[in-house]
Design a protein around this ligand. Structure first.
Ligand code: HEM
Length: 155
């Protein structure tokens, strides 16, 4: 039977990768002292991060989370890695919002300190996100998907 990649996780993972690529480009732009372009590209990076989050959230609520479908003896390493990725993504989101606000408010002393830290956290979020995606859907087939709504309402 043919196995195709699941649509929503493929789109949302692409969003994280695009967002991280835009952050890298935005960093390059500010190194060239191109402030307006830096601002524009970083706002686009934030938009793609938000899009990722909205897709991820609606999938979690309406479709559910997919369990690891690989061998049982690897599952524990997958789970630890997943928790590490979720931790990075959460810290990255908080740092991202603060970095965006310091930029928009022209609080440049804080912004210059936070900018590189946020960017590096976001790069690692994207890389670990792609690894989670590969482990869940490409290297192994995803396991069962259970919906939060189904779990709560029991249908
Ligand atoms: C709309 C939002 C943003 C505005 C208006 C803005 C503006 C600026 C400005 C004016 C600088 C130059 C500071 C200076 O050299 O004195 C700067 C630097 C920087 N920003 Fe942003 N920024 C924004 C969002 C972001 C975001 C979201 C990130 C990271 C994810 C980021 C990462 C950086 C980095 C890495 C630097 C270079 C710091 C350095 O050279 O030490 N910026 N930003």
């Amino acid at each position: 039977m043919e196995y195709s990649l699941p649509l929503l996780p493929t789109i949302s993972t692409s969003c994280i990768v695009i967002s991280a690529a835009l952050v890298a480009y935005g960093w390059y732009l500010i190194r060239k002292r191109n402030i307006e372009a830096h601002k524009k590209v970083m706002l686009w990076a934030a938009a793609f991060a938000l899009l990722f989050f909205l897709i991820y959230l609606s999938r979690t609520i309406f479709v559910g989370n997919t369990s690891f479908g690989g061998p049982d003896n690897i599952k524990i390493y997958y789970t630890i890695f997943l928790v590490f990725h979720i931790f990075l993504a959460t810290v990255g989101a908080v740092f991202g919002i603060v970095t965006l606000l310091t930029g928009l408010k022209n609080n440049l002393i804080k912004h210059k300190k936070l900018g590189p830290i946020t960017s590096v956290i976001w790069f690692f979020t994207a890389v670990t996100g792609v690894v989670v995606y590969l482990l869940l859907y490409v290297f192994y087939r995803g396991g069962e998907t259970t919906s939060m709504i189904k779990a709560i309402l029991g249908f």
